[in-house]
Design a protein around this ligand. Sequence first.
Ligand SMILES: Cc1cc2nc3c(=O)[nH]c(=O)nc-3n(C[C@H](O)[C@H](O)[C@H](O)COP(=O)(O)O)c2cc1C
Length: 210
Amino acid sequence: MKNIIDALNWRYATKAYDTNKKLSDEQLLTLIESVRLTPSSYGLPVYKVIHVKDAETREKLKAVAWGQPQITDASDLFVFAVKTDLNDTSVDEYMSLISTTRNAPIESLNEFSGMIKGTLNSLSSEHKEAWASRQAYIALGTLLTTAALHEIDATPMEGFTTTKFDEILGLNELNLKSVVVCALGYRSENDTYASLAKVRESKENIFIEK
Ligand SMILES: Cc1cc2nc3c(=O)[nH]c(=O)nc-3n(C[C@H](O)[C@H](O)[C@H](O)COP(=O)(O)O)c2cc1C
């Protein structure tokens, strides 16, 4: 495993993948665990990740993602999708999960449950989706960092038509909406982007000391 700063310098948004190199089951499990262990607001599960394995489906997705080759050429493709039906039942299910995981009486969670329901019910559906998206992006960040530490190449991607992705993946029926994608695999030797210098502002420009 790389040192964290070396890893973050090593990674780049990969444009061309080596189609012959695939991630192992063990690597995939590490990436999946990194997403699973990502924190979210209240710990509420508000998104799903679709691991798209079918080559034909990935061809269809590429057509509605500006033809970006990473969609088909990377070893694996994760689509982050937010839940569009977040309601009191979602909170009750989460309370049951806490109760069984921690062996805690469900009644001891009433106050916590009420607080989350209060927050959810105060939000419009657009606001709820935006909030859920922010949680999904935290998972995307964890995934990108984990991939880099393990020298796995990755591309975060927003360049796709979400409604078309939803249609192709049948997400509407699952009460889900795609928000962001991550391609994962190994860079092609011919990817000229790999050797470009990283463009970032100085830390003095990013951080404001008060
Ligand atoms: C949320 C998000 C969406 C992005 N969408 C795309 C995309 O659709 N296609 C692509 O090639 N790169 C995409 N990028 C990559 C960025 O352009 C890239 O991360 C940025 O220019 C910094 O370069 P680096 O990641 O190579 O250091 C995206 C990055 C993020 C974080």
